[in-house]
Design a protein around this ligand. Structure first.
Ligand SMILES: [Fe+2]
Length: 264
């Protein structure tokens, strides 16, 4: 399996601080069944603007330590780019690290509480540069929880979505959990990620998340989001396109079951 979103590079962002932290997180992810991790440090305007060269150097360093420790895992470069009206321009100037450094898919993040008014322009600007935008954990965004119709609109324009493994267990609240579940059931999730920032104190948290993904998306859906889609990204191939997206209604199964008891 491939983890599409992680903060495992030491000292670059609010994720792993030291190489010991990095190795601890990597071990937990490997024990959960991941064989490939895409390192996606936060990149944002100002002093936190990491260049592709800095990210590549940190990936090389981590790969060396992982090999020394004989941990069987592949580490690939990536970045979680915070949205800015200039994102398309920076991409055109080669200032942004794409997923797997293939120059094809760009992971980007919205602020937690809103959808900036320039979002659609930025998505379009990236596509004009030949990049496929991959939106990080849309289920956690307050604006998208309130206006999920944007998700369908954007997906139909070629935007892809990455869900956090812990969203399904309610880690980010019941609304994020519900939207994650709805998106996954609707085939609107293309990748899953741990979004790991530190060594988790919660035993088996990623395994639990992966189990919920399988339960919600089914075997085939599970393979797509954990293996086939991210593999297509890393090899620079395209994902299966051309389908029309829609969003299922929230799952009311529990309520129906309750009333069915009275009908019998
Ligand atoms: Fe993240």
């Amino acid at each position: 399996m491939i983890d599409t979103h992680s903060h495992i590079l030491p000292g670059l962002d609010d994720g792993a601080k030291t190489i010991a932290d990095s190795l601890g997180i990597v071990r937990q992810l490997v024990h959960s069944g991941f064989t490939t991790l895409i390192a996606t440090p936060h990149v944002m305007e100002g002093r936190d603007f990491l260049s592709p060269e800095e990210i590549l150097a940190a990936v090389e360093q981590l790969r060396k330590h992982v090999a020394e420790e004989e941990i069987l895992v592949e580490i690939w470069p990536g970045a979680e780019n915070y949205i800015s009206p200039d994102l398309g321009k920076w991409a055109g100037e080669g200032k942004l690290m794409t997923l797997g450094n293939t120059g094809k898919y760009l992971l980007l993040e919205l602020p937690m509480l809103e959808i900036p008014q320039y979002t659609e322009q930025v998505l379009f600007d990236l596509q004009v540069q030949g990049l496929t935008p991959v939106l990080a954990h849309p289920e956690r965004n307050r604006g998208l929880i309130e206006r999920p119709e944007y998700l369908v609109e954007w997906a139909n324009k070629g935007v892809l979505f990455q869900m956090n493994l812990r969203s399904l267990s309610g880690r980010y609240g019941p609304e994020a959990q519900e939207l994650a579940e709805r998106m996954l059931r609707s085939g609107l999730i293309h990748f899953v990620g741990s979004d790991a920032h530190r060594i988790s104190q919660e035993d088996g948290v990623y395994l639990k998340g992966l189990g919920s993904v399988k339960e919600t998306a089914g075997e085939e859906g599970f393979r797509e989001v954990t293996l086939e889609n991210p593999r297509a990204v890393l090899t620079g191939e395209g994902l299966m396109g051309g389908r029309e997206y829609f969003l299922h209604q929230p799952n009311k199964k529990k309520k129906r079951r309750f009333w069915e008891l009275f009908r019998r």
